[in-house]
Design a binder for this molecule. Structure first.
Ligand SMILES: [Mn+2]
Length: 404
């Protein structure tokens, strides 16, 4: 007979101590972590709001509220920078911040449906929904790092190559300042010029690329140009970004050009399909990615194509492909990777708001970005105490060979 008052059932009952999460659970730990976070940044925001935005009307009881909205609240109000971070009009000052968000509104590299030129705006708009605090991680970005939004690169809509030159120059500037660059795409053609911007300031150091995507993006040209199907062919032509350190996670389906597959095979890139990732398990897949990306390199760049996630979750993208990762799988992979490699930059690409539904694709991009910042905080990579070891102040404009 089972006596309900004895043995494991009683222990289990103890663990559910009236109205509290189970002892030792993530939920229980999260409750404690929050208590350890300061409120200094929040208080500064309130004080500034009252100074800049006037004290509220007399009928408002909560005197932290200002007349003009000047901070996080209310979430539907205000000017749309990323997470309402200060807009840094003078990009010469970008090095004063731990993290800089840069928009790259470029979709001339798109070979099917366009719209990712509106990606930065779409991501910024829905990012206003987020608080800077994450429950499980016990991170409050407002308290722990400084963030700015430098606005967008001036891209040239009819010309990929001129846009690439603008993007490389802009990203090199942010990267060289010591601020951690977070890039809002834009289609995936920007992956080449962003990495080229990074490589200009690596000296003789090397970068591994971890690439989340359903597509390989490794062919030399597409429709006679360097398009969003080609960034890694050209990025891995640079000595600072070896192909053997390019890890491609989530590849598969009916939109992978055979030309690109041939390049992956010949250059020895590291491809895992969605099935590989599920069969290996997320821990083993992340371990593989980390080993390959860091073997002989000094830092890791993360290129997150939102279409690595199943098309059902991210309809607002240029080439939707069913069968991708579940959001929680992608986010867990990101966690396991970001916390365990020296990350030098992040881009999130292929968000196309005109095809989006209820901002869900933009919201997923926001989640990837905020999670990455939090993992960098938890793993001690942000805020930076000194300039990263891989950063060279000298700018080498010769990192890539001229194409055609
Ligand atoms: Mn893709």
């Amino acid at each position: 007979m089972n006596d309900p008052s004895s043995g494991s059932q009683a222990d289990a009952a103890d663990a559910f101590d009236r109205g509290r999460p189970p002892i030792g659970s993530e939920g229980a730990r999260a409750l404690e972590k929050e208590a350890a976070l300061p409120l200094t940044g929040w208080q500064q925001e309130v004080d500034q709001g009252l100074r800049y935005g006037l004290e509220a009307a007399e009928s408002i009881v909560d005197r932290r509220i200002s007349t003009f909205s000047r901070g996080e609240l209310p979430h539907y109000a205000g000017i749309n920078t990323f997470m309402k971070a200060p807009y840094l009009e003078d990009v010469n000052r970008v090095g004063e911040f731990d993290v800089a968000v840069v928009g790259v509104p470029h979709d001339s590299g798109t070979t099917y449906r366009p719209g990712t030129r509106f990606g930065p705006q779409g991501i910024r708009r829905i990012s206003a929904l987020y608080t800077p605090y994450n429950y499980e991680m016990g991170v409050d970005l407002r308290e722990q790092i400084t963030l700015c939004d430098v606005g967008d690169i001036f891209t040239i809509p009819a010309n990929n190559e001129k846009s690439f030159d603008q993007i490389s120059k802009g990203i090199a500037h942010v990267f060289a300042s010591g601020a951690f660059p977070i890039i809002l795409g834009g289609d995936h053609s920007i992956g080449f010029p962003t990495v080229r911007g990074v490589c200009r300031h690596l000296g003789d150091k090397k970068v591994g690329i971890i690439h989340f995507d359903r597509h390989v993006d490794t062919q030399e040209s597409d429709l006679d140009e360097r398009m969003h199907t080609t960034p890694w062919f050209h990025a891995t032509n640079m000595a600072n970004a070896p192909a053997e350190n390019l890890v491609q996670l989530g590849i598969g389906g009916w939109q992978v050009p055979r030309e690109g597959v041939k390049v992956c095979r010949e250059r020895g890139t590291n491809v895992l399909t969605v099935t590989d990732i599920c069969d290996m398990g997320l821990e083993a897949a992340a371990k593989y990615a980390i080993e390959r990306a860091t073997d002989g390199t000094d830092c890791v760049y993360i290129s997150f194509d939102i279409d690595c996630i199943d098309a059902g979750f991210v309809p607002g993208t240029g080439w939707p492909e069913p069968g991708g990762l579940l959001p929680r799988e992608a986010l867990k992979l990101l966690e396991l990777i970001v916390r365990n490699v020296p990350v030098c930059g992040l881009e999130v690409v292929e968000v196309s708001p005109p095809y989006d539904v209820s901002d869900m694709t933009s919201l997923m991009a926001t989640r990837v970005i905020c999670d990455t910042m939090a993992h960098l905080v938890v793993s001690g990579q942000l805020p930076r105490k000194s300039a990263p070891a891989w950063l060279s102040r000298d700018c080498n404009m010769q990192v890539d060979r001229a194409w055609r």
